[in-house]
Ligand binder design. Structure first.
Ligand SMILES: Cc1cc2nc3c(=O)[nH]c(=O)nc-3n(C[C@H](O)[C@H](O)[C@H](O)COP(=O)(O)OP(=O)(O)OC[C@H]3O[C@@H](n4cnc5c(N)ncnc54)[C@H](O)[C@@H]3O)c2cc1C
Ligand SMILES: NC(=O)c1ccc[n+]([C@@H]2O[C@H](COP(=O)([O-])OP(=O)(O)OC[C@H]3O[C@@H](n4cnc5c(N)ncnc54)[C@H](O)[C@@H]3O)[C@@H](O)[C@H]2O)c1
Length: 472
């Protein structure tokens, strides 16, 4: 193995893989260091297994909501098959195929734990206890992901609890489950386990899915209630303890106590930057910031992408950041982008979409898809905006399911007459989202969107209703 590369990427999750790939496509050599499974959290303990656990319940509910199909459904979910399908989705936690992809892409895979030992120098410790040094001619990219943020609740650390890692890789469905945290992870997993047969209670510090519009999250709350999931909002656990029969008891303010076979703590994640040696370079992990190209502020050779870089913690956004950063490093190596220059908005080397157009889907049933600015963010950015909301009751909705209930909103910049934000909620709305992302990124004027004719009968006809409601 060489010890000198143009670029060294630490962490072979979705973000790290893409950063290394773009650097190589830009004509540079790259080493990718990974201490665990190549492919990272999304492939093995997050997106893919959680969606695999949710999909069978959604398919069953979809069949049950259509007369004619409903009558053909005579059984309930087959739990061993659901878990086996999840195992297949994560390749049974075997990263051979991903490692082969890395080699096929011309990237050198280095197994071991990395830390920074000097400017553009990285020390790797492998599982035999050997240490070796790699040197980067141009850049080191941190792509080390995130770790669960576990709250300080009395007793919590004295009881066994699941994080999302254990929940998504479990081989048993607990008889009962308390979920701490009403964010996206907690809500998705609450529904997954509720539909798999667990008695689930969610304890949310604020409203459930507080980052989403109230009409959208209301539909998800109804979906959870229909599945028998109890949601307790605006509450924090006061005490967590074991019971005599091996269960967990979670005490809430006001004297109520919840008992369950398992506790899932899904209260957010923080950048995984500990142990990398950052303070020696004047960078404090809690306050690390990157510029538009992904370069760590104050250092010319260090970049960060994905969950560890402090922006939105989403696979597709981490991959976007990685493409931008990989290309920016290659452009700087070729002299096309000056070392001390930051990139222009919407250029190939700027993460502009991170600020203006981050798409996110909550894969519950019903789903929420949201992209762009919220109303508050728009006003804070000095934009004069008007929200337009309509129920999602176009012809395709009632054909989709008799009891279809959905909601859609566009946020319009009144001065430019363009879309700056969008949200859709309802069964199977996720695929509506990309049209909104394109409209926002392309700054398509409403008068031109009027000519984007949605096919009949598709849920996309809601775009027409929204434009009509705005007055186009
Ligand atoms: C339950 C759950 C469901 C989710 N579902 C979705 C979803 O549906 N869609 C979506 O877009 N996002 C989803 N996310 C978020 C998504 O999983 C993350 O945004 C994404 O995995 C981050 O990718 P990454 O490459 O930044 O980090 P990771 O995938 O965590 O990769 C980091 C890698 O770095 C390695 N590493 C760390 N430190 C070192 C070191 N010192 N040396 C060597 N290697 C190191 C780690 O072993 C790891 O493999 C979900 C998250 C959770 C928790
Ligand atoms: N479909 C998806 O794209 C998807 C799915 C799951 C996770 N993710 C991503 O993974 C990351 C982690 O997800 P997450 O849901 O854990 O984080 P999150 O930040 O979205 O939600 C965490 C929630 O826990 C709450 N909380 C914090 N402390 C608490 C306490 N002591 N008691 C009760 N509630 C408490 C917070 O108020 C917040 O609502 C997020 O960035 C998310 O975007 C994405």
């Amino acid at each position: 193995m060489d010890s000198e590369y143009d670029v060294i990427v630490i962490g072979a999750g979705a973000a790290g893989e893409n950063a290394a790939d773009r650097a190589v496509k830009g004509g540079l050599s790259a080493a990718l260091v990974e201490s665990d499974l190549v492919g990272g959290a999304c492939s093995y303990w997050a997106c893919e297994p959680s969606k695999a656990l949710l999909r069978p319940g959604a398919a069953l509910r979809a069949a049950r909501s259509v007369a004619g199909a409903r009558e053909a459904v005579t059984g309930s979910l087959d739990i061993p098959q659901v878990l086996a399908r999840r195992d297949a989705a994560v390749n049974s936690w075997d990263d051979t195929s991903q490692a082969e992809w890395v080699s096929g892409a011309g990237i050198e895979l280095v197994r071991g734990r990395a830390r920074l030992s000097g400017a553009r120098r990285v020390v790797v410790s492998d599982d035999r206890g050997d240490h070796f040094t790699l040197t980067a001619r141009h850049a080191v990219v941190l792509a080390t992901g995130s770790a669960p943020a576990v709250p300080r609740i009395p007793g919590l650390h004295d009881v066994p609890f699941w994080t999302t890692k254990e929940a998504t890789s479990t081989h048993e469905v607990p008889e009962s489950l308390v979920v701490l945290g009403g964010g996206v992870a907690g809500t998705e997993l609450a529904q997954a386990f509720g539909r798999l047969g667990a008695r689930v209670t969610v304890v949310a510090r604020g409203p459930l899915l507080s980052a989403f519009p109230v009409d959208a999250r209301g539909l998800v709350a109804e979906g959870l209630a229909a599945d028998g999931v109890e949601v307790i909002e605006n509450t924090s656990a006061e005490l967590v303890e074991n019971t005599d029969d091996g269960a967990v008891r979670v005490s809430l303010p006001g004297g109520r106590a919840l008992e369950a076979a398992r506790l899932l703590v899904a209260t957010g994640r923080r950048p995984a930057l500990d142990g990398l040696g950052l303070p020696a370079f004047g960078v404090e992990p809690v306050s690390m910031r990157v510029d538009e190209t992904g370069r760590v502020q104050g250092l010319s050779w260090l970049y960060a992408v994905g969950d560890c870089s402090g922006g939105p913690k989403l696979t597709h956004q981490g991959k976007y950041q990685a493409r931008i950063t990989g290309d920016a490093i290659a452009a700087r190596a070729r002299g096309e982008l000056a070392r001390n220059e930051t990139a222009q908005a919407w250029s190939p080397w700027a993460r502009t979409a991170d600020r203006l157009a981050v798409p996110q889907v909550v894969f519950t049933d019903p789903e929420i898809g949201m992209v762009g600015l919220s109303e508050e963010e728009a006003w804070e950015a000095g934009l004069r905006v008007r929200p337009i909301a309509v129920p999602l009751n176009v012809a395709a909705a009632s054909l989709h399911a008799e009891d279809y209930s959905g909601w859609a909103q566009l946020l319009i910049d009144e001065d430019l007459r363009t879309v700056v934000g969008a949200c859709f909620a309802g069964p199977d709305v996720a695929e509506l989202l990309h049209a909104a992302t394109v409209a926002i990124v392309g700054e398509v004027p409403l008068d031109r969107l009027w000519h984007a004719v949605p096919a009949f009968p598709t849920l996309s006809e809601v775009w027409l209703r929204l434009l009509e409601a705005y007055g186009v």
